[in-house]
Design a protein around this ligand. Structure first.
Ligand code: 5CA
Ligand code: ZN
Length: 442
């Protein structure tokens, strides 16, 4: 599937940092799987915080001299997308196409580095069919006949068996007594008749009237379940369990737990780590498409917000924190950006440190200072503080004192924090207002 436009990242000399994320050191070769959007509504600030978090991971991992393979999916067929399309009376494919285009425009404006592979659920159906077939073969999955299904060989839904995974309960990321409730809240169907256990997740949904379906070979016509989608894509594109599996904290259970369980039963016992971004809230509730309490990135951009300020407003919060948005944070971020831009203008016209190589001088510590903050479990607030102190020092110099500057400071801010201090602010993208409104919203 298409990807969004690449971002130019200035080269920095390899930085002497050993990133630790969630308390764990990273190997030299890192694979990253980030759970992407379900394209039924526009990118809100919660999504932006999630994708910006992994953008800092990408920039840090590469700047530390490690290799990175990075995959992000897009759930371009699933119940919420189909339900929303029906509700607003558009074809689900048009809704998906339009929302993916808007997501790309938002990611490009925010200068988020794209994944190596951006992979859709629909194009991955052969991978899912293969994975489900293998799970059936090892007894980790079973069919549940459906009266609604138009018969035929293999016709019926397929469920994964949690009882087949010896580590399922041991690895559960939430208290066992909460599992059923959370499963039901987040797309699960605990009461479905015919299941062996209430928590068993759907792997393959047999064709129903008025629902899209694809040829599932031995499984019969149908469409993929959600958790197996991410397991199958990760297995194919990253060779098994990713070093890091990421998304918002609402994906910890059941989604990432189920996907990890599927991967184990597909023959991938290797351990991986998950990184979960705290939920961004508004007015006392998690920002979510289903609640409708959204601040859209595209609306802020159309209203003239500088995407660099949106970035700074979000980076002021540690990724794991849960926090609430208010517009004052954008005002404060815009002020901070102005301070940095003023310093960058002076830095750009000052002599460089004689003989200095990027990142090597005393002041040239900015790249190292920012990378060191990010290496400590992605401490973006500390990284922003480091740039504040650099800007303070540049701006505090007596007038007429040319001083010396860290030649790599502006590049460091660009490469590690995705903020280009050389660029002019973009004009508000007024086309966006129309694009955002072209589909009816509730
Ligand atoms: N397509 C699936 C993942 S495979 C999905 O959850 N899509 S989503 O569109 O609902 O969410 C996209 C990403 O944004 C997920 O990683 C989700 O955890 C994250 N997310 C959603 N709401 C918030 C929020 N309020 N704050 C932070 N992250 C959020
Ligand atoms: Zn996922």
């Amino acid at each position: 599937m298409d990807n969004w436009l690449n971002v130019k990242v200035p080269g920095l000399p390899p930085l002497p940092v050993e990133p630790r994320l969630g308390g764990r050191a990273l190997p030299r070769a890192v694979s990253l799987y980030v759970c992407g959007i379900t394209p039924y509504d526009a990118t809100h600030l919660g999504h932006a915080q999630t994708y910006l978090t992994f953008d800092y991971v990408v920039r840090l991992v590469r700047a530390s001299g490690r290799t990175l393979r990075y995959v992000q999916n897009v759930t371009d067929v699933d119940d919420p997308l189909l339900e929303r399309a029906t509700e607003i009376g558009v074809d689900w494919r048009d809704l998906a196409r339009e929302e993916i285009a808007l997501y790309f425009a938002d990611m490009e404006a925010l200068r988020v580095v794209p994944p190596d592979h951006y992979v859709g659920a629909v194009e991955s159906i052969p991978l899912v069919v293969d994975a489900v077939t293998r799970l059936l073969a090892v007894g980790a999955a079973y069919p549940v006949r459906t009266p609604e299904t138009p018969g035929g060989a293999g016709a019926g839904d397929v469920y994964g068996s949690v009882a087949a995974d010896a580590l399922f309960w041991e690895e559960l990321p939430i208290p066992a007594r909460d599992a059923l409730g959370v499963f039901a809240e987040r797309g699960g169907d605990p009461a479905r008749p015919g299941k062996r256990a209430a928590l068993d997740p759907l792997l393959w949904r047999a064709e129903r009237a008025a629902e899209p379906a694809w040829d599932g070979g031995p499984l019969g016509a149908g469409r993929p379940g959600w958790h197996i989608e991410c397991a199958a894509i990760a297995e194919h594109w990253l060779g098994g369990v990713p070093t890091i599996t990421g998304g918002g904290s609402d994906l910890s259970f059941p989604h990432h737990h189920m996907s990890a369980s599927h991967l184990r039963q597909l023959g991938h016992p290797e351990p991986g780590m998950t990184m979960h971004v705290g939920m961004v809230g508004l007015d006392g509730h998690k920002m979510s498409k289903s609640l409708g309490n959204l601040v859209l990135v595209s609306r802020l951009r159309a209203a003239g917000a500088d995407p660099r300020a949106i970035r700074l407003a979000l980076a002021a919060h540690h990724y794991a924190a849960e926090w609430e948005w208010d517009d004052g944070q954008l005002v404060a971020a815009q002020r901070r950006l102005g301070h940095w831009l003023a310093a960058a203008r002076i830095a750009g016209s000052s002599p460089r440190i004689p003989g200095g190589t990027p990142g090597s001088s005393a002041a040239g510590g900015l790249a190292t200072l920012v990378a060191t903050a990010l290496a400590a479990d992605l401490d973006t607030p500390a990284a922003l503080d480091a740039v504040d102190r650099w800007a303070d020092a540049v701006l505090a110099r007596p007038e007429g004192d040319p001083g010396t500057v860290d030649p790599s400071a502006v590049d460091a801010v660009d490469a590690l924090l995705g903020i280009d201090l050389r660029a002019d602010p973009p004009a508000p993208d007024t086309r966006l207002a129309n694009q955002v409104l072209s589909l009816p919203r509730r």
